[in-house]
Write a protein of this length. Structure first.
Lengths: 579, 599
């Protein structure tokens, strides 16, 4: 709860006003039956028209006062719940922006999105609900009992029995149903998983003609979901008949004992009528309260998921001294000193181990190795997207920690393997890393990345709107725009993580020529699959299962390095044979 | 789950929402089709209605009994008779409780069985839809039919249907009894009910307007969240965090204003109706009191009448509350039926045959194909593959390589020309027989939840364990499988996430091997694998291809150099074909492609 306080601070008035106004509503409503009983007992029985009119007007006025309370309550509770949700959403978004890659990996994007949308929505609804029902129902209950007891304290024993009987029954029904709902949820997940799997594999299903096989498999999980659902619901629907039973028995008891009292002259008919009304109201409020609490407890899961994000320790943060000194990268020399890394502290094996090398400004460093040899991991350590485990990385002879994240990353241009484009124009995208970039800078970067020509071939050129994820571009076009995006930042260190895989070899060669020409001062890291993409590099690092197994130029490695030779031959294979 | 409780809807926000943004276009049709789904449950459903009537009647009559009880027993002081009446009242109420019990119990069966059948039908439908359908509909879109839409239908069946019926009957019954007790006094209720309707209409109008605004703003905001969070890593790499927070703040503020109003108007409805009911109660009490004195309305009648008027708003509130979820459910059901009404793959021709002992000779004769009219993907493709030959397709992205090989299993039907296997037009072969005679290995590895053994056996359900192992050995997958924690019985979860990309692909290839087809199709089977691993897999593939006609699309030319025929495609047309050596000599497009990969 404390964690939420900062987000509801701004709406504190609304949070306080809403319950207060419910109070007015309850007061206006709860006295109605008593006044009604007076109309019957003192007005009708004594034929006092004047009294009836006066009391009627009082009832009317009170119910209008109740409207004011009610509308006010809804006004403030909408304000409070929506406002709180907005603040919370904002806080969550802000928090996620500070996440390191490790934090993001831990949650997965899809789950973060659900937390920011669905979960917050559920919380908003629950807040709205609690500001009304969670307060109204107990008030109605308490005041109902009070009023009923005032009418006739000896009849109140019926209420004293009914409340615990009903309360305990509902409690047991709900508690019993809970594990069944959990089981149902599991079965549902199972069914949805099966559908998802079938959707993904539809071509396989069709090509092996396994349609009826899949249908049979599905009907098993589908039927067991049905059975689980029936079991779970069968328990929970008991609440209604049980409530009816308790309420009806109470009413019958009131009629019998009350009737006897009236006959013996210790009670009036109007009082009996209002007593019945109160008892109905009390038991309804009790049921409402228990259902509300149940809905509330279900929102607990959402709340937990939101808090999990808010309470996450961000593992990569600026040190105060780095912020204060605000050093900027000047040259772009990169040095790895005995670097080791693993994603999780508990993991036994290091993903990268014993990495040592120096990259001087203006050098091109290529990294090659099989899938899973941790090439991407290695370069992602440079902009501190992940934190080094052992050893250190130095840029311009200072440790990464000595730079603020902003200064560090602003000087590094990086194209991720799964780099994304965002909706907006091509120009908007290009300005992402450098909002102040001029038109000329942008065009220059695109020319270097061999993107200018195809961009100009679009009817709207740089103003072309991209769909989400840049869906309207081909793979190679996307990659070239991403490279241009990195170049617009005027980086001192440029990292390309397999970012020309969809670009054809001729264009790739042109891009590399441009780099040689215009990025003479920039330290460039290139990860690639093809030998042809790396053979001109100043230094090639051969990675195998997280270790450097070779380092040197193409010619050196061809002579000395077995892994490199293997990669080379795997790509040249059979060529000689046919020629 | 709370929704299964009848009492609940008279006040829980979140559940209600008097907003019906979506409406079924043809509600009548939807109802008829759902009714058909009730199927065997029809009798059960009629029983539900019967119990519902009993339940409602019992509760209405129970309240009415107050009149004679007060008039004839309490006021005259007849204790003996009172006892009898109380027993009668108890009996009626008990009857109501029992009816309520059966009503809800039986309805669960009707609802869950119906939902179960709809879900099963939808799943079966999915199996029959053509691949083209999956090209044009995202998985997410289809999943939401199964999850959101089916949930809505299920909720409506669980609650809304019986709730609406019972509320309608309650309102009608109450009103009739009110008129019976005192037509004059009923005037008060009539006036208030009119006021209720008028006010409700006003509120709904307002609420709809603001809700549309809120939904639009929410849609934009959620879209932004999804885009940024999914691309969060890119955001960090470009230091775009601050801008993102600013943009988000703007969108979030835009939503705040609209959402507050939408919440207010949709939340205000029920409380206001409750208040109006209180006013009704107050007016009725006063008017009833006056009438008692002036026109001699009996006290018992007044008591029963007041009892009715106190509860009058509840069914009304329920109807309006449930009606909106009912409407949502109708719209959802319509979307579900939309999927069910999609045209399945064309049925086999009447004269379609089953090929036996396929040799594997394939002809493409002047084949032209387009996904959408006007944009031809393949033009005049003619080619011939002799039994056992390996045919490779090369060309740049979008040249139509994958399209060609997807025509063979009839994932798509061609517009003109013909494709034949052993001289029989594939349109004249039974689809099942056609597909069983070929096996495909695709670029994306597709595995199912289950053991390694089961995954390979997917290729031929009849295969014995020995046959599965033999197939794995053939494609050199056996050695790595044996090294898995439980060997062939290792369970693959999450699409085989516990295996490497290369291992997953080997299982796919083994699956094709166990099917033992005459024709083999490999669509970029090794593209997402690094070159060293590829060599290893290629050995398995080559062994599998021996003696089978194979169509291969490859990303890296090294894997297809030994093909019997290489076909070079450009913009949907064959521009060159021949063996590797022949094509190199031509110094054409193939030469260009080849040398750029191996310079």
């Amino acid at each position: 709860m404390n964690a939420y306080f900062p987000f509801l601070k701004k709406y504190l008035t609304a949070f306080l006003m809403a319950p207060l106004l419910v109070f007015i509503d309850v007061m206006g409503e709860i006295v109605q039956p008593v006044l009604m009983s007076r109309i019957v007992d003192q007005g009708v029985q004594e034929k006092n028209l004047h009294y009836i009119i006066i009391t009627g007007i009082t009832m009317l006025v009170l119910s209008i006062v109740a409207i004011i309370g009610n509308v006010g309550n809804i006004y403030y509770s909408s304000k409070a719940s929506v406002g709180f949700a907005a603040e919370l959403r904002q806080g969550l978004f802000r928090k996620i922006q500070t996440f390191s890659f490790l934090n993001i990996d831990k949650f997965s994007s899809a789950s973060l999105v659900t937390r920011m949308t669905n979960d917050i929505n559920i919380i908003q609804n629950v807040v709205m609900m609690s500001l009304r029902l969670l307060i109204r129902a107990p008030l109605m209950l308490v005041f109902g009992v009070f009023m009923a007891a005032r009418i006739n304290s000896s009849l109140a024993f019926i209420i004293a029995v009914a409340i615990p009987v009903l309360g305990i029954s509902i409690f047991f029904i709900l508690r019993k149903s809970f594990p069944y709902f959990l089981r149902m949820q599991q079965k549902l997940d199972h069914v949805n998983g099966a559908i998802q799997e079938d959707l993904m594999n539809i071509r396989v299903v069709k090509s092996f003609v396994r349609e009826s096989f899949e249908e049979k498999k599905f009907s098993i999980s589908n039927n067991s979901l049905r059975d689980a659902a029936i079991k779970a619901s069968a328990i929970v629907v008991m609440v209604t008949p049980v409530m009816m039973l308790v309420m009806n028995i109470s009413i019958v008891a009131v009629v019998w004992f009350g009737g006897k009292k009236i006959i013996s002259g210790t009670m009036h008919i109007g009082q009996l009528m209002s007593f019945i009304t109160y008892i109905t109201q009390i038991l309804m409020s009790l049921t409402m309260l228990s259902m509300t609490i149940m809905a509330f407890s279900r929102a607990g899961a959402s709340s937990k998921r939101v808090l999990e994000v808010l309470n996450t320790d961000v593992d990569i943060v600026d040190t105060p001294s780095a912020l204060e000194r605000s050093i900027k990268i000047k040259a772009g020399k990169v040095e790895f000193r005995n670097v080791a890394f693993k994603y999780h502290k508990e993991a036994k094996r290091y993903v990268l181990n014993g990495i040592n090398f120096i990259a001087h400004p203006g050098e091109q460093i290529a990294i090659i190795g099989a899938t899973g040899s941790a090439k991407s991991t290695l370069v992602q350590l440079i902009p501190r997207l992940y934190e080094v485990g052992k050893g250190k990385i130095l840029i311009d002879d200072l440790e990464l920690k000595d730079y603020s994240l902003k200064n560090l990353r602003n000087s590094i241009g990086m194209v991720l393997q799964k780099n994304q484009l965002f909706s907006g124009s091509i120009k908007d995208n290009l300005r992402w890393g450098n909002p102040g970039a001029t038109q000329e800078e942008i065009i220059l970067a695109c020319q270097e990345a061999q993107a200018h020509d195809f961009i100009m071939s679009f009817p709207k050129q740089y103003e072309t709107e991209l769909g989400q994820g840049g869906v309207n571009l081909s793979g190679g076009q996307k990659q070239r725009i991403c490279i241009a995006m990195a170049l617009v930042k005027h980086p001192l260190i440029l990292i390309l993580d397999d970012s020309t895989s969809a670009v054809d070899s001729t264009t790739e060669a042109k891009i590399q020529d441009e780099f040689k020409l215009y990025l003479k001062e920039v330290t460039i890291f290139i990860i690639a699959q093809r030998i042809s993409s790396v053979q001109l590099a100043d230094k090639i690092i051969v990675l195998d299962s997280g270790k450097i197994v070779g380092m040197g130029t193409h010619d050196e490695l061809m002579k000395t390095n077995k892994t490199y030779q293997e990669i080379y031959h795997s790509q040249q294979q059979k060529e000689g044979a046919v020629k | 789950m709370s929704k299964s409780v009848n009492l609940l809807p008279s006040g829980l926000p979140g559940h209600h929402g008097y907003v019906s943004l979506e409406k079924a276009k043809k509600p009548g049709m939807v109802i008829i089709r759902i009714w058909q789904y009730f199927g065997k449950q029809k009798i059960l459903f009629l029983l539900v209605i019967l119990f519902l009537l009993l339940n409602t009647a019992a509760s209405l009559y129970g309240s009415y009994l107050l009149r004679p009880i007060i008039n004839n027993y309490i006021i005259p002081g007849r204790l003996q008779g009172l006892l009898q009446m109380v027993v009668l009242l108890m009996a009626i109420y008990l009857l109501g409780v029992i009816a309520a019990f059966f009503q809800s119990r039986l309805m669960i069966h009707v609802a869950q069985k119906t939902v179960n059948m709809i879900r099963a039908d939808m799943f079966c439908k999915m199996q029959t839809l053509p691949i083209r359908f999956y090209d044009t509909h995202s998985h997410g879109e289809l999943m939401s039919r199964f999850t959101n839409d089916l949930d809505n239908v299920s909720d409506a069946l669980n609650d809304s249907v019986t709730q609406i019926i019972s509320s309608l009957i309650t309102v009608a019954g109450t009103f009739v009894l009110m008129l019976y007790i005192s037509p004059m006094l009923s005037l008060v209720t009539i006036v208030v009910v009119f006021a209720m309707f008028w006010l409700a209409k006003l509120i709904i109008q307002k609420s709809n307007t603001y809700f549309t605004g809120q939904q639009a703003a929410l849609g934009i905001l959620n879209g932004y969240i999804e885009e940024i969070i999914t691309g969060e890593k890119t955001v960090k790499v470009y230091c775009h965090e601050e801008e993102a927070v600013d943009d988000f703040e703007k969108l979030n503020k835009g939503l705040l204003k609209k959402a507050t109003k939408a919440q207010f108007y949709s939340g205000i409805m029920m409380p206001i109706m409750q208040n109006l009911n209180t006013i009704n109660f107050a007016l009725t009490a006063a008017a009833g009191g006056i009438m008692s004195i002036v026109t001699g309305l009996d006290i018992g009648g007044l008591a029963a009448f007041l009892q009715y008027s106190k509860q009058f708003s509840r069914p009304l509130n329920q109807i309006s509350g449930e009606f909106s979820s009912f409407q949502t459910a109708m719209a959802s059901a319509e979307r579900i039926f939309e999927v069910m009404d999609q045209l399945p793959e064309k049925a086999d021709e009447k004269q379609a045959v089953e090929l036996v002992n396929i040799k594997g000779e394939i002809h493409f004769n002047q084949v032209t194909f387009s996904y959408n009219p006007g944009k031809t993907i393949l033009k005049n493709i003619s080619l011939k593959a002799l039994p056992g030959q390996k045919i490779a397709f090369v060309g740049s992205t979008g040249a139509g390589k994958s399209t060609i090989i997807n025509l063979l299993p009839r994932f798509y039907d061609i517009q003109s020309g013909d494709i034949s296997i052993d001289g029989t037009d594939i349109r004249m072969i039974k689809r099942k027989n056609l597909r069983q005679s070929l096996a495909m290995v695709l670029q994306d590895t597709h595995l199912f939840h289950g053991t390694v053994m089961e995954n390979i056996r997917y290729g031929s359900l009849k295969a014995t364990d020995q046959q599965v192992i033999a197939a794995a050995k053939l494609v050199s997958a056996d050695s790595f499988i044996k090294r898995l924690p439980k060997g062939y019985l290792t369970i693959l979860e999450d699409d085989g996430n516990n295996l490497s990309q290369g291992q997953r692909q080997l299982l796919n290839i083994a699956r094709a091997a166990v099917a033992d087809p005459r024709i083999l199709i490999l669509d970029e089977a090794t593209s997402s694998i690094d070159t060293r691993t590829e060599i290893h897999i290629q050995i398995g593939i080559d062994r599998l291809m021996e003696g089978r006609t194979s169509f291969v699309v490859a990303h890296r030319l090294s894997t297809i150099i030994n093909a019997d025929k290489i076909i070079v495609l450009e913009q949907g047309e064959i521009i060159e074909q021949g063996s590797h050596a022949e094509l190199l000599k031509q110094k054409g497009r193939y030469f260009e492609l080849y040398t750029s990969q191996f310079d």
